[in-house]
Design a protein around this ligand. Structure first.
Ligand SMILES: [Zn+2]
Length: 372
C-alpha cells in the first residue's frame, strides 16, 4: 500500500499529514526532497569541466545549483551594463540542460561596490543613525556598501539586474541574496571575529536614515525618525517601515519581473530576520533558503529544526523552505544529522554552502543519504 492508498484507507487524509510531520521516517513513501548547492564562481574552467561538476552534483542527489553570478562587484554573465568577469552563467545553463540540473542565478541584490555607482551616486546608499553613508564608510567590511531600497533609482537598478538574468534562455530561476539592510546586530558567533559586543542596537550599525527614508516616514507618520523619536530602536512603526521598504521591492518589483519571464524567484534569508530588517515571512517568493548556520549562533543541530518549525509556521504564503546548511562546520556524520533534523521539521530539502567546501567524505555521505 502506498502512502496515498494508506491515507485514503485510513480516512485520515490531511489530518494524518498535519499531525505527523516526521512520519516519512517510518514510511517508505516520504516526499522527495529537492536539494540545492550554492556555487561560488571559479575563473577559467571550460564548459566540459562545469558539466562534469554538475554530473557529480546530480549523481549525489542534488537537483539545483545556485551559481553566484553577480557579487556586487562583478557579473559572471554577458552584460554591457556591469563590469563582467566571465560569461559563466551561459556555460552553466548549457551544462544544466545536458545534465538535468536546474540553474538558479544567485545575486547580491543590495550591496553595490562598483565604483561608477558609489562614486557618482552616493545618494543611492544607506545611511546609519550617526549620519555615515555606506558608500563611504561601510559597516564591518569594505564590501558592505548597501544601497537603500527607498530610492526609485535603486529599485530600477535591481529590477534591471533581475530582468537581464530572467531573459536568459534555459535559466530556471533568480535567487536573491543580501536582499536587506546591513546587520544591526550580527549573529553572536561572529562578534569575536569583529571584536565587538552587540548587546543592543548601536547607531553606527542601524540603517537607514537617508533623506529619502526620513522624508517618506515623515510623510507617513509626521515624525522625522532621526530627530523626532524618543527611542528609534523600540519604535515599532519605524521598524515596520523599514521591513516594508524591502518587502515592497521584493514583492512588487522583483518577483513580478522574474515571473513575467517565466522564471522562479527564491531568496537566501536570515533566521534572525529583525536584525537585518528582512521580514521574509511576508514575502511572495517561490521558495526560501534560510541560512541556518548554527555555528554562527553558537547553537547545536537541534536549533536548525527549531528555526525551521518557527519559520515554516510564520510564512504568510506557504511555499517550500529549504534548510541552508554551512558545510565547513559540519563533519559528514553531522551533515547527515542536520539533514534528518531539517526534514523532520518540515523542510522541503537542503541547500549546502558551498560546493567548494564539500569534501570527498561529505560526497560519500550525501550519496547514500539523498538517494535513500
Ligand atoms: Zn534610506
Amino acid at each position: 500500500m502506498n502512502k496515498r492508498e494508506f491515507l485514503k484507507a485510513s480516512g485520515a487524509g490531511m489530518v494524518a499529514l498535519a499531525l505527523a510531520p516526521g512520519m516519512w521516517t517510518a514510511c517508505s513513501a516520504r516526499p522527495k526532497a529537492k536539494n540545492w548547492i550554492w556555487m561560488t564562481p571559479v575563473a577559467g574552467l571550460s564548459a566540459g569541466e562545469w558539466k562534469a561538476m554538475l554530473e557529480k552534483v546530480k549523481k549525489h542527489g542534488f537537483d539545483a545549483v545556485l551559481p553566484e553570478v553577480y557579487t556586487g562587484h562583478h557579473a559572471w554573465f554577458e552584460t554591457s551594463r556591469l563590469p563582467m568577469q566571465e560569461p559563466l552563467l551561459e556555460k552553466l545553463i548549457e551544462a544544466g540542460r545536458d545534465t538535468g540540473v536546474e540553474i538558479h542565478a544567485w545575486i547580491h541584490a543590495m550591496p553595490n561596490n562598483i565604483p561608477e555607482y558609489f562614486e557618482n551616486h552616493p545618494d543611492w546608499y544607506a545611511v546609519n543613525r550617526t549620519g555615515e553613508s555606506a558608500a563611504i564608510s561601510p559597516a564591518y567590511v569594505p564590501y558592505y556598501r548597501f544601497m537603500c531600497s527607498s530610492h526609485p533609482e535603486v529599485q530600477e537598478f535591481v529590477r534591471q539586474l533581475v530582468a537581464d538574468l530572467a531573459s536568459c534562455d534555459g535559466l530556471t530561476g533568480v535567487h536573491l541574496d543580501y536582499i536587506r539592510l546591513p546587520d544591526v546586530i550580527l549573529a553572536e558567533g561572529l562578534w569575536s571575529k569583529y571584536n565587538i559586543v552587540q548587546d543592543r542596537e548601536y547607531p553606527q550599525y542601524d540603517y537607514c536614515y537617508c533623506d529619502k527614508c526620513r522624508a517618506a516616514f515623515m510623510e507617513k507618520s509626521g515624525v522625522d525618525p532621526l530627530t523626532g523619536l524618543e527611542d528609534p530602536v523600540t519604535h515599532q512603526e519605524w521598524r515596520q517601515f523599514r521591513y516594508d521598504t524591502i518587502t515592497h521591492l521584493v514583492n512588487d518589483i522583483l518577483a513580478p519581473e522574474a515571473r513575467k519571464a517565466g522564471r522562479t524567484i527564491t531568496a537566501a534569508v536570515f533566521p534572525n530576520w529583525e536584525s537585518v530588517r528582512q521580514e521574509w515571512r511576508n514575502w511572495n517568493l517561490d521558495g526560501y533558503l534560510p541560512m541556518l548556520y548554527h555555528n554562527f549562533y553558537n547553537a547545536g543541530l537541534p536549533w536548525i529544526g527549531e528555526q525551521l518549525t518557527r519559520e515554516i509556521g510564520e510564512l504568510k504564503i506557504k511555499k517550500p523552505v529549504y534548510s541552508g546548511l554551512f558545510v565547513p562546520s559540519l563533519q559528514p556524520g553531522e551533515l547527515e544529522e542536520a539533514f534528518r533534523v531539517s526534514m523532520d521539521a518540515g523542510a522541503s530539502g537542503i541547500s549546502l554552502f558551498n560546493f567548494n567546501a564539500i569534501s570527498e567524505e561529505h560526497w560519500k555521505t550525501l550519496e547514500g543519504l539523498l538517494h535513500r
